[in-house]
Design a protein around this ligand. Sequence first.
Ligand code: SAH
Length: 329
Amino acid sequence: MTDEAVDRPGPTTVGIPSPQASSNAEPKRAPLPEGMSRNAWKREQKKQKWLEQKDARNKYKKEKKKQKKQLQNSKDEGSEKLEVGIVGLGSGELVKRRKNDMLQPAPITILIDCGFDDLMTEKESLSLSSQITRCYSENRRAVVPVNLRVSSFNGSLQERFDSALKQQYKYWKGILFSPIEYEVPESDEERSRIIYLSSDSDETLTELEDNKTYIVGGIVDKGRYKSLCLNKANSQKIKTAKLPISEFINISGRKVLTTNHVVEIMLKWIELRDWKSAFEIVIPPRKQEGFESARLKRKREGDVQTEDLENDGVDEQKDGETSMVAVDD
Ligand code: SAH
């Protein structure tokens, strides 16, 4: 700021206190000191005024500096609070942080068994690839993630991940893909730590336990292969269990869920320790009791073949996102 600017009234001096307002008023035609020209006298007056205002100017500058510092501090505190506050809330910032720093997973493994490649149509295999992608992203976003594994990752499933999905999975974190079948441990004790989930099991899960591996069938079969996974697990002497669906929500018909929904329900249970909430959050309300799909309505009204009747009450599976299994239209 120039001397002139300080001296001149107007916007540039707003906020600068004027200790001697009266001194701003130039004395009218005061007698000039002897031997001094009017211009020299004016210059002298200005200099005096500048000196008089020096303290006030310094005080103002100091105050401004203090305010700026306070503002900066409060900005820093604010951003710190924001970062702490957003943990677990799924905001953009959280995702950014997680990218570099995934949360510590629970000591629980979910393994998606993809050993059914040759039993699926091309469309079903494509649907499974979307479901696996969904499982991965839900686990990344989970408040408490798990160790995610994909076994028998080969055939047309892998082809799709390699081609259409441009090998992105190779950069995914917190998930392991293995081209071969999972290994069944020899010892009973170790085997007892593995549970194959199947809607056809007589056993019902009550909780998910630490240090256990839960296998979910990686298959979209629209109800064609009943008890497929149950039989596989039995032949491998692996325990089986179904989710406690009917204990907590009302769904009519066979309670076969898609692979991604089973994984999402488990993630929600681990977070909330509450099956009812986990089911209600993951299974869309329209899939729960009271919803009648257009197809079921047609069936009730006699427009659909009777071969579908055993699947009454379940809805068709859609690519990637959804949901209740397992009926072909
Ligand atoms: N016909 C297949 C159904 C595949 S559904 C079968 O034999 O299992 C995809 C997978 O989701 C299943 O293999 C099973 O692991 C899991 N799943 C679906 N519904 C389930 C339920 N109600 N309880 C436990 N697991 C379920």
